[in-house]
Design a binder for this molecule. Structure first.
Ligand code: ADP
Ligand code: ZN
Ligand code: ZN
Length: 649
């Protein structure tokens, strides 16, 4: 009797393919099979497929790869949900979920016997105790641990995790970036030993596979990792922890464009597990859910290890020469004299050309979308990347009439040179994604800084995330408002959260922490509320603004990007799709665009976008999926779909 199996491949074709097989192939193993003129590895998703229509054209499996299956039927259901939700093929989803494919061979970053910080005698504070009790009391459901930076959220997570393990259930602990989470990883390894599995991106494929199988067999029941660890094949999921919930790195930047928070919510609901999110700066969506009582809020209000919230001050950059103000330079020097360390934070994002008044700080925004308009040299116009609105750049500031206005943005190199030149006698080191990519250099810099051998750490986004250095007294934010200029409705939220998080690096272990926030816009609400620590006020205003403009959480967005090396082809396809989508989505949804993406050309590809806004998500999602499935994409035109986009650049 002939036997047929279906495979799902990592290709953007929304179907599976049937082959003849000599041997029985179970669900969840990988096999190699001919695909077009190539030979590809695919996942067995149907071990007993029915014979296809054209039997004479059926090809045979070349060989089986895995002895033991990588997933089971329940896991396949998760992949099918992914495929529907994010409009990607089943094979693309399985490949993203079971990412074993990385080939670069690098040693695991951390040894097991790292020296660890002492934590054996921690007595939980009353707030921590209560949070642990409340989360543990439920078998499922979502909670949010909202606690200021340094308030001991990690300890709450670990205590809850301990109880979940005692129930015989498993845990997935998600962090934005595993390389910056060494202390937590060490603690987990020390406390939970062999039952811990650390999914590090630097694991080799064979190390990854070994960890994957250990998790599947239930030998590892405490998994810690970044975004894709949300797919860990744990048995009896009991808890997902989503630390730093607001981080945009939880959203995948390539197909399938999933959000780990959304996947975690889905998994916890369907597997009857608890979800605990945590942050000092929740996303606006999460805050809104908490306010509405749809998400349980647990608060931690105190710093526990001898620290207190730092003193924050604002320095206006208006009229300043160079990127470092006199007060900031003085503060760095004073800090050094006192034998302490400084962190200078530089926001690399946000260097698009935007229009700004140097006298009053006014920034030109779209009258329809409130996002910053971007200047296009070629056309000589200010353009909105959401709705396509165009206008001429003003001669004088529309707010105060000043002629001292124009296109703003300091180059990052210039800032780095300036810092070096200002402190020739201090040891200054840079920490950014470039320097971190070099093997071991991130660890080396962080260790040297921890030992006090570096006086000033100049860093980008990386220094904002969860780092704890006892010697840090001063944090300087070089230009707090760069992110505000991005043509993105989340610009204010990101700025607020970044200032708060970066500031949280100061004074974690001593009461004399100090933060200097340099800005062109001292009165911008995102800056002002962050500096004054007025969290509630920020969210209240921001939520009202979102409501007024019908942006999430008061609507949901779907984004379609059309790209092609030929501009005309991209434009034509975008216009055609806009028509089809408006028709299919009807009155219920609004199709904005086509407009140029803020990053209008990437690697020679012209990019156009459509933003679909709806408050009947299911129906609009279905309509968009139908249109895209039926659409015959012209040759050399490519589509990207992003459901609930986090960034729209
Ligand atoms: P968060 O994640 O909220 O920013 P952390 O979990 O990093 O804060 O905790 C900050 C510091 O407080 C850590 O050094 C941690 O060991 C310490 N800590 C946590 N809980 C307690 C406690 N109950 N008593 C004393 N110190 C604590
Ligand atoms: Zn002005
Ligand atoms: Zn607009």
């Amino acid at each position: 009797m002939k036997r047929y199996v279906s495979l799902a491949f990592n290709v953007p074709v929304p179907k599976t393919f049937t082959y003849e097989s000599e041997e029985e192939l179970p669900l969840g193993v990988r096999a190699i099979a001919p695909f077009g003129r190539r030979s590809l590895s695919g996942f067995v998703v149907d071990p007993e497929a029915s014979p296809p229509e054209h039997l004479d054209r059926v090809k045979s499996i070349t060989r089986r790869i895995d002895e033991a299956p990588l997933f089971d039927g329940a896991y396949l259901e998760l992949a099918e949900w992914m495929s529907r939700m994010y409009m990607a093929s089943l094979g693309e989803c399985l490949s993203a979920m079971i990412s074993l494919g990385r080939t670069e061979k690098e040693p695991a970053a951390f040894g097991v016997d790292e020296p660890a910080f002492d934590d054996h005698d921690l007595r939980l504070s009353a707030e921590q105790e209560q949070a642990v009790e409340q989360i543990s009391a439920k078998r499922g459901g979502f909670s949010y641990l909202y606690g200021i930076t340094g308030s001991g959220k990690t300890e709450v997570f670990l205590q809850v995790a301990k109880r979940v393990l005692e129930e015989g259930r498993s845990i997935i602990y998600l962090v934005p970036e595993i390389a910056l989470t060494r202390q937590v990883v060490d603690t987990i390894r020390r406390r939970f030993g062999e039952s811990a599995a650390v999914l590090h991106s630097r694991l080799t494929p064979s190390q990854r596979l070994r960890e994957w199988m250990r998790i599947r067999r239930g030998e590892a029941s405490f998994v810690i990792g970044a975004r894709s660890a949300v797919f860990a094949p744990v048995s009896e999921l009991g808890l997902i922890i989503l630390d730093e919930e607001h981080e945009s790195s939880y959203k995948s930047g390539s197909t399938p464009r999933y959000h780990a928070r959304q996947v975690a919510m889905h998994r916890c609901s369907s597997e009857q597990a608890r979800l605990v999110m945590g942050s000092a700066t929740p996303s606006v969506e999460a805050w809104h859910l908490m306010n509405e009582g749809r998400l349980e809020r647990l608060s931690l209000t105190q710093r526990l290890s001898g620290g207190s919230m730092p003193h924050m001050e604002v320095v206006s950059l208006t009229g300043a020469e160079g990127p470092l103000s006199e007060p900031l330079v003085q503060a760095v020097r004073e800090t050094h004299r006192a034998g302490r360390q400084s962190i200078l934070f530089l926001n690399r994002r946000g260097f698009a050309a935007f229009y700004q008044c140097r006298s009053c700080g006014f920034v030109l925004r779209c009258r329809h979308c409130s996002v910053t308009l971007t200047y296009h040299k070629v056309k000589g116009k200010m353009i909105c990347h959401y709705c396509g609105y165009k206008t001429d750049p003003p001669q004088a500031c529309p707010e105060c009439g000043s002629l001292d206005s124009g296109f703003a943005g300091h180059g990052t190199e210039r800032i780095e040179e300036d810092v070096d030149a200002r402190f020739p006698d201090l040891t200054v080191r840079r920490l950014d994604t470039d320097s971190a990519r070099k093997k071991g250099s991130l660890e080396a810099i962080l260790d040297a800084f921890r030992r006090g051998e570096i006086h000033v750490l100049l860093g980008t986004q990386m220094v904002a995330k969860g780092l704890n250095f006892p010697g840090v007294k001063l944090v300087g934010i070089i230009q707090a408002d760069t992110g505000l200029m991005l043509p993105d409705f989340r610009a204010a939220e990101r700025t607020f959260s970044l200032i708060t998080q970066v500031a949280g690096r100061a004074g974690r272990y001593s009461p004399d922490g100090r933060v200097i926030v340099q800005t062109f816009q001292p009165f911008n609400p995102a800056v002002r509320y962050a500096v004054q620590g007025e969290v509630e006020s920020f969210y209240r205003e921001e939520i009202e603004m979102r409501r007024g403009l019908a942006f999430p959480p008061f609507s949901r967005l779907l984004r379609v990007v059309v790209r092609s090396r030929e501009r005309a082809a991209a434009e034509r396809a975008a216009a055609e799709l806009a028509g089809k989508l408006s028709h299919a989505a009807g009155e219920e949804a609004e199709v904005m665009g086509p407009s140029e993406c803020a990053l209008a050309v990437i690697a020679g590809n012209h990019r156009r976008q459509l933003l679909i806004r709806t408050d009947v998500f299911r129906r609009t999602h279905a309509a968009v999926a139908r249109v895209l499935a039926a659409y015959r994409t012209p040759s050399r035109v490519y589509l990207e779909v992003d459901v609930d986009p986090v960034s729209v650049l």
